[in-house]
Design a protein around this ligand. Structure first.
Ligand SMILES: NC(=O)c1ccc[n+]([C@@H]2O[C@H](COP(=O)([O-])OP(=O)(O)OC[C@H]3O[C@@H](n4cnc5c(N)ncnc54)[C@H](OP(=O)(O)O)[C@@H]3O)[C@@H](O)[C@H]2O)c1
Length: 215
């Protein structure tokens, strides 16, 4: 479970642990992962909660986490995310930070852990998307905003569209290994995700903010 130290990921991990699942909290900050795992274990009474270090924006960190994994993986929840980072920010290899974190990191996690998912014999991948995916396709000609002005909302939207495509394509390619993926829109929930926007928006608020159409 990526991003399981906060928000939706934390509550999902807690629910799964409470239902008897062995849960691995993947977090980019070691202390946050350890603390979340301890809180989940304490609140559910589960002795099967651990944590690993995983920074989705750092593909070397992702590769390390995948290499260190042992045994079958029954459910991968690709949950971690960031939204509407105000300034254009790129990772070391030059990818726009929201696309890199929300999608490229999860793509690398899923492909790196594919053998473990296949070994589970009927694994599931859950890709966290958003209704924001309706606002941008994946702009293959300019993934990193090199040829158009940076738009924080478009960058988030494209990353969430990519997560839907990951679910569709992972199922198409890996169903033979018993792996099935679905994308989920969790709805508007007040979490740390909205730190740059000032709170979750309802669909009505989003419609009000959209610029009027000109014919
Ligand atoms: N909340 C909503 O209304 C809403 C609506 C639609 C979709 N979603 C989706 O739901 C998912 C969870 O969002 P949330 O609302 O629970 O947000 P959140 O409370 O801000 O939690 C985001 C999690 O992602 C982690 N994260 C961020 N960057 C990371 C990186 N580079 N590597 C690893 N982990 C990283 C954060 O870790 P740190 O604590 O270290 O920052 C945190 O654990 C996201 O994919 C989001 O797009 C949420």
């Amino acid at each position: 479970m990526t991003g399981a130290n906060a928000g939706i990921g934390y509550e999902t991990a807690r629910a799964l642990a409470g239902a008897g699942a062995q849960v691995v909290v993947a977090a980019r900050r070691d202390s946050a992962g350890r603390d979340a795992a301890a809180r989940i274990a304490a609140s559910t009474g589960s002795p099967h909660v651990s944590h690993v270090l995983l920074d989705l924006a750092d593909l070397e960190s992702v590769a390390r986490a995948a290499t260190d994994w042992s045994g079958p993986l029954h459910i991968l929840v690709a949950n971690a995310g960031i939204m509407t980072v105000p300034e254009l920010t790129r990772t070391g290899p030059g990818h726009e930070l929201q696309f890199a974190t929300n999608y490229l990191g999860h793509f690398a996690v899923a492909t790196g852990l594919r053998p473990a998912l296949a070994a589970a014999g009927g694994a599931r991948i859950v890709c966290l998307s958003s209704s924001a995916h309706l606002h941008s396709p994946v702009v293959f000609g300019d993934l990193d905003f090199r040829f158009r002005p940076y738009d924080p909302r478009q960058a988030y939207a494209a990353s969430k569209t990519a997560m839907v495509m990951l679910a569709v394509e992972a199922t198409r390619r890996w169903a033979g290994d018993g792996i099935h993926a679905n994308a989920v829109n969790p709805g508007a929930i007040a979490t740390g995700l909205q730190k740059y926007t000032g709170g979750p928006q309802t669909p009505v608020e989003r419609r009000r903010e959209r610029p009027p159409r000109c014919s």
